[in-house]
Design a protein around this ligand. Structure first.
Ligand code: ADP
Ligand code: MG
Length: 694
């Protein structure tokens, strides 16, 4: 048995190690730098760097890297050795404060959305002391933020850190009005991660999985996810070994993982960590995805993180659990049971409701990718329309506050916040609305729209910023008030009145919800190509720059990159389809048709006048299908070649409306052929083989 406490964080330069390895004053300086954002002096940085290096070398590291998250959405590393020549032919292991704090990777190979002209390749990585350094595969990884020479953010971390600062500023203003003695407010995040595990051999036989992470062809198996009673059979043992191994690897890196089965689709699973500060949670989710893939290889498996690896089977998402926590450990979204805390809770609850209503589009955009389009609104994942679920009890309380009506649970009629105690309502809401994209779940909100491959940097950056904006407006108003309690009552009532339309407790999968949402005036962008350009709507640019999270220039760059990524993804998929269609599927279908025709002729010449109806019919059907297939291949090739060079938004729309549409047509023909062709002749493992090993 592995001793978990010993294993946990054994590869992390965490608080415990720092206290042990750093002189007291240096340790204090690092703490200050984490808490107050103060720069370390060069002397202190040198001491920290040396201690980090000594610790890393003790644990077998030979290299270090600035670990960062460029706008590709995955992590990047550039490894350097600790080695320094001594001048007498020998070497010593060296690592300076400068090397710890600042790095200069070649920025030209990462997307910048025109922020950095290609001739100005310089970009900087800056140490983020709020996320611990760790050792991964013999390399000391230092979490860093990545920016251009001129200081614009080129990554997912920088704006997230800025948004946390904005949220802290505004939340503290509000808490001061309640007389709370608090130094710091952070957003805490727990990311549940869904994934598929499939046999590596099957994976290696499918170029669509290899190039794009999802199957671009594939007829549905006779058995779908409706009865996953004993799916997997022999693979199951490998899966549990995998999960065990994965847990251990993650624990070493200080990721508080607890793996578990997920019962939705065959071969699909879920991992949920214990929550931490938003910044660390986002880093840890990146690490989790990376380690998931690596460990799978060791077990002869492949981990698929794409949002929709298999058509007709549920896709994978992430659930972003989010709340606000003070430095003295108070969760501001915890209803509590004293009047003052209730009032404060209700105000923060209202801030989230207002924020989500006013910036539905920004939240929607933050999860918009080509992959996620296949799940949102697909009757398995939340719809592409944002609404907030708060449950019946809380709904009734807000209603009473809004209308000034009688609330049955209060002894003296009208509910007055600041005077009344909210009735306790069930924390473990068993009837949680699984179809809601944004649900209050007892003491946190759960945002369920993000796709499984997404960096959680953007959704959390948006959440933090828009809630900061709502709190800013609340603070502005309440700071002016003569009678605080009266103003607070008034503000809460007005907020509920103004933003009632975003509250929805019904079934989000229901067709009628789309019409109802339209009637309420909620925004509904059906796909990423439609959604992303709205990032640049004036109000969105305004809120991001007001809180110094993203400048207008950075917003434009990000919008451009997201649209580019979208087009690139679909283009790669189209090219992969064409290669598979021309190189494998068409030849296989034609060859099978020819064999059938030969069989038909042979039978007829052996027994003249034989009907051979099945062969005749199959040969004709296959011939018609291969003709259709051929035409659709040509159509897709033409569509992919003719993509307009115009602006990014137009290009994205074209990829959605034209390229993707033709891909879907081509797939339909192929999947029909797959059902007719001898399965031993079909060039790829079937859905059944991949998911059930049959
Ligand atoms: P579910 O019922 O949604 O599957 P899980 O128990 O699997 O719930 O996951 C809940 C997630 O929410 C965990 O990652 C957990 O750490 C996280 N969580 C719990 N409390 C908070 C909080 N106050 N802030 C942020 N995340 C939280
Ligand atoms: Mg969940």
């Amino acid at each position: 048995m592995t001793k978990v406490p010993e294993l946990f964080g054994s590869m992390v330069f965490n608080e415990r190690v720092m206290r042990e390895k750093l002189p007291k004053d240096v340790y204090q300086a690092v703490r200050q730098s984490v808490e107050k954002g103060r720069q370390l002096t060069p002397e202190v940085a040198n001491i920290v760097a040396t201690a980090m290096k000594d610790w890393a070398v003790e644990h077998g590291a030979t290299h270090y890297t600035h670990w960062f998250q460029p706008m590709t959405g995955i992590t990047a590393e550039k490894h350097d050795g600790f080695l320094a020549p001594t001048g007498d032919g020998g070497v010593i292991m060296e690592f300076s404060g400068r090397e710890l704090i600042k790095g200069e990777p070649d920025a030209s190979s990462f997307p910048s959305g025109g922020l950095r002209a290609t001739f100005e390749a310089r970009g900087y990585t800056n140490w983020d002391p709020t996320s611990y350094a760790f050792i991964k595969e013999g390399t000391l990884c230092i979490p860093t933020a990545f920016c251009s020479y001129t200081g614009e953010a080129l990554d997912k971390k920088t704006p997230l850190l800025r948004s946390m600062a904005a949220l802290n500023r505004q939340a503290l203003r509000v808490l001061r009005l309640f007389g709370m003695n608090v130094q710091r407010v952070t957003s805490s995040v727990g990311v549940e991660q869904e994934y598929f595990l499939i046999d590596r051999e099957a994976y290696n036989k499918r170029r669509d999985l290899i190039y794009t992470g999802r199957t671009l062809f594939g007829a549905l198996p006779p058995k779908g996810q409706e009865m996953d009673d004993h799916y997997f059979g022999n693979i199951r043992i490998r899966v549990s070994a995998y999960m065990h191994d994965l847990d251990e690897e993650l624990w070493k890196l200080g990721v508080l993982a607890k793996t578990q089965h997920n019962e939705v689709a065959p071969a699909q699973h879920e991992l949920a960590p214990i929550y931490s500060t938003a910044n660390v949670a986002v880093d840890h989710n990146q690490l989790t995805m990376e380690i998931m893939r690596k460990v799978a290889k060791r077990h002869g498996l492949t981990c698929l993180l794409q949002e929709k690896p298999f058509a007709g089977v549920n896709g994978s998402g992430k659930h972003n659990n989010w709340s606000l926590v003070t430095d003295n450990g108070v969760n501001l979204l915890e209803p509590g049971d004293t009047p003052a805390e209730n009032a404060q809770f209700l105000l923060f609850l209202c801030a989230v409701i207002k924020a989500v209503d006013e910036y539905q589009d920004l939240l929607r955009i933050s999860v918009s990718t080509a992959g996620n389009d296949h799940r949102l609104g697909g009757n398995e994942a939340p719809p592409a329309i944002i609404s907030v679920f708060i449950g019946d009890e809380l709904g009734a309380i807000l209603h009473a506050l809004e209308s000034g009506a009688h609330y049955s649970q209060t002894p003296h009629g009208q509910l007055q916040i600041g005077a009344d105690v909210l009735p306790p309502f069930p924390q473990d809401t068993t009837d949680r609305n699984r179809t809601s994209p944004f649900a209050f779940t007892g003491n946190k909100f759960e945002f369920r729209m993000p796709g499984s491959a997404l960096s959680m940097g953007d959704p959390n950056m948006v959440l933090n910023t828009i809630v900061a904006e709502a709190l800013r407006q609340f603070a502005d108003e309440l700071e002016q008030a003569e009678d605080f309690v009266a103003a607070l009552n008034q503000l809460i009532r007005r907020t509920v009145q103004e933003h009632r339309r975003i509250l929805f407790n019904g079934n989000g999968y229901d067709e009628s919800w789309i019409a109802e949402a339209a009637r309420r005036g909620l925004s509904h962008y059906r796909n990423a190509a439609e959604a992303i350009p709205h990032m640049l709507d004036e109000k969105n640019i305004e809120v991001m720059s007001r809180h110094h999270v993203l400048s207008p220039v950075e917003m434009r760059a990000r919008c451009e990159i997201m649209l580019e990524n979208y087009c690139k993804q679909i283009h790669i998929e189209a090219m992969t389809m064409l290669e598979m269609a021309r190189g494998d599927i068409y030849p296989a279908a034609v060859a099978y048709g020819r064999d059938l025709a030969e069989a038909l002729l042979a039978k007829r010449s052996a027994v003249p006048g034989l009907a051979c109806r099945s062969e005749e019919e199959l040969v004709s059907r296959l011939s018609a299908l291969t003709d259709e297939f051929y035409l659709r291949v040509q159509a897709l090739a033409a569509a992919a070649a003719e993509a307009p060079q115009a602006d990014a938004a137009a290009r994205a729309k074209y990829h959605h409306d034209v390229v993707l549409a033709r891909m879907e047509e081509l797939r339909k023909t192929a999947d029909t052929m797959e059902r007719l062709v001898d399965c031993k002749r079909w060039p790829y493992p079937s859905y059944g083989q991949i998911m059930y090993g049959v």
